[in-house]
Design a protein around this ligand. Sequence first.
Ligand code: HEC
Length: 241
Amino acid sequence: MSRLLSITSLVFFSSSILAAGSSAKLERVLIDLGNKQSLQRGAQIYMNNCAGCHTLKYQRYVKFTDHLGLNPKTIEDNLIFTTDSSGEKTKIGSLILNAVNQSHSKEAFGVVPPDLSLTARSRGSDWIYTFLLSFYKDESRPFGANNKLYPNVNMPHVLWYMEGVKQPADEELNTFKYLSTGTHTKDEYKSSITDLVNFLTYVSEPAQLDRYRIGFWVILFLVIFSAIAYLLKVEYWKDVK
Ligand code: HEC
């Protein structure tokens, strides 16, 4: 009995620790993988601002043709900025890698910027969204910025030119005061971050889009098949009285 009690209390105790760990309030982001325009905008923000440091090593550019509805020329002209080892422009069939030198970036940031292919699954979309909204000015940090959700993060606030620079106003309420404005208003910035997180959520499981498409036909097939099965049943039982 006492063993049962201690196991039960252990379960309760550890779940309260888990709850405490996740108590940093995450802002909810509305993911809409069916919104191709949002995915396209997200891809553009990603390639222009993040791809220089973070790879998407499980994703090929060419997948953007089906999934994002982009034609190959648009992808080559607007989303591919790297060259391959022979100095030629990276091919559309290539994986989304970059030229970051691991030891240099360790020296610069103290860590190698992680690959972001699976981050939306490991951390969650809400986490990435909140993370990108939580940067604030902190002169004591090497890049002059810190993060409320990920204290002492070794990533600069690369989107400061969009968001502007802010600093915490009320610790309790988790509000910020803006020191300077960026190219985007607060709502525009949130909407761009939503597109970016939507894109990273798609990248973390591209097959979701295929499943949505196939799912529609499967349901349609089941409906038609049920109708045929019902008509057959009526036909077979007609003479059995
Ligand atoms: C100048 C290089 C650089 C750029 C550009 C950059 N990051 Fe980072 N990022 C980093 C580094 C370094 C880390 C690791 C920070 C740490 O662990 O302290 C990081 C960490 C992250 C993490 C946390 C990953 C995890 O699971 O811990 C996310 C999410 C992220 N970056 C998203 C982005 C997005 C989105 C962009 C584009 C808007 C971007 N980063 C641009 C350097 C960069």
